[in-house]
Design a binder for this molecule. Structure first.
Ligand SMILES: CC(C)(COP(=O)(O)OP(=O)(O)OC[C@H]1O[C@@H](n2cnc3c(N)ncnc32)[C@H](O)[C@@H]1O)[C@@H](O)C(=O)NCCC(=O)NCCS
Ligand SMILES: Nc1ncnc2c1ncn2[C@@H]1O[C@H](COP(=O)(O)OP(=O)(O)OP(=O)(O)O)[C@@H](O)[C@H]1O
Length: 303
């Protein structure tokens, strides 16, 4: 699709574009709210408490999620009429960094959703381009466009000394950047298929979402785990998640027991799978778009 085609499609209705941006932002915030409420998650903030986190709880997560609605809407508006490019990447990065400031203000300085702004922000941009060109919202197309944007340089980037950056340097992990540049494989090949399979099995929506999170955890290079407790935490998370799924998933009694064991193990290590939580929120965002968004079929999706 050429930039001109996209521009013409978007300029056709500024008003519709504004409505679409608001709708995408609402879906993004809903996905963050639902991820945080989902219970029981291993060592993450949920309805039971703070998991392995000292500076986060459900109320803080909610303040952060709602504070990010204008950021997601701004990301969609900035993308409207554009094709993936370094200029777009740079513009979105500036909006994303302002979103990080808004998040930090809402949480009194705690990192509640840094990774989520990046991951879901790029998917909001991908969904905007799909809509601009009149394509239905299908997971692969949204992820592909988000990945294309992530692969361009951010001309205004400043080197940061984040916990994630140190973990990436020390352990050679790819982290959130590589996940996006590689086309969100943990959304397409783990989160969404597990969500769909567990729903079909009739285990209920809560179990489908927990199992989707566990499925993401089985292979993700999660820098949240690495920076807090190194490779032993990553190994424990992967092994524990596989065990729950092998025992029948979180809806089964043996699976549920294994899930609580995993929770205790990670809390004891003071580590939590925050990157996997972000990718679960991304999975829920795409699932909403395709099921309820105007760009997609009401009946479901194919990956
Ligand atoms: C690329 C980012 C994530 C850099 O952050 P950082 O160096 O800390 O990266 P890192 O990958 O280690 O982790 C950041 C967060 O992502 C999540 N995360 C960790 N591991 C992973 C993973 N493998 N996959 C996905 N998410 C992950 C966690 O929540 C973590 O806290 C991003 O924050 C950034 O560059 N922001 C600048 C603004 C921007 O470009 N925004 C884009 C707007 S769409
Ligand atoms: N339910 C959740 N509970 C905790 N973290 C979550 C949850 N959902 C998503 N996350 C992600 O986890 C990350 C927070 O992890 P962490 O607390 O390790 O951040 P940090 O600032 O790198 O480390 P620290 O708090 O140790 O200084 C955020 O980027 C956020 O996107």
């Amino acid at each position: 699709m050429s930039p001109m085609t996209i521009h013409a499609a978007c300029a056709a209705s500024q008003e519709e574009a504004g409505g679409m941006a608001a709708r995408l932002a609402r879906f993004a915030v809903d996905a963050l709210v639902e991820e945080a409420h989902l219970t029981p998650k291993p060592a993450l903030v949920d309805r039971r408490g703070s998991g392995a986190h000292r500076d986060l709880n459900l109320a803080v997560m909610m303040r952060s999620a709602h504070a990010l609605e204008p950021t997601f809407a701004a990301l969609a508006r900035a993308t409207c009429g554009q094709a993936p490019s370094a200029m777009l990447r740079t513009e979105l990065a500036a909006i994303g960094r302002a979103g990080e400031v808004a998040m930090m203000r809402a949480t009194d300085g705690s990192n509640a959703h840094r990774g989520a702004i990046w991951i879901i922000g790029l998917l909001v941009a991908g969904a905007t381009i799909c809509h601009d060109v009149g394509e239905t919202w299908q997971p692969r197309a949204i992820c592909e466009l988000g990945a294309q944007i992530a692969c361009f340089p951010d001309f205004a980037a400043v080197p940061t000394d984040s916990n994630g950056a140190r973990a990436r340097a020390r352990y050679g992990a790819g982290g959130a950047r590589r996940e996006a540049q590689h086309g969100f494989p943990h959304v397409l090949r783990a989160g969404l298929p597990t969500l769909q399979a567990t729903r079909r099995r009739g285990d209920g929506e809560n179990a489908a979402r927990i199992d989707a999170l566990l499925s993401i955890m089985t292979t993700l290079d999660d820098t949240c785990l690495l920076h807090r407790a190194g490779p032993p935490a990553l190994d424990a998370a992967r092994h524990g998640a596989r065990e729950v799924l092998a025992k029948g998933g979180s809806a089964s009694l043996p699976g549920r027991a294994a899930l609580y064991r995993l929770d205790r193990t990670l809390v004891a290590l003071n580590a939590s799978p925050g990157g996997a939580a972000d990718l679960l929120a991304a999975t829920l965002f795409i699932d909403k778009l395709v099921r309820y968004g105007t760009g997609g079929s009401q009946h479901g999706w194919n990956i």
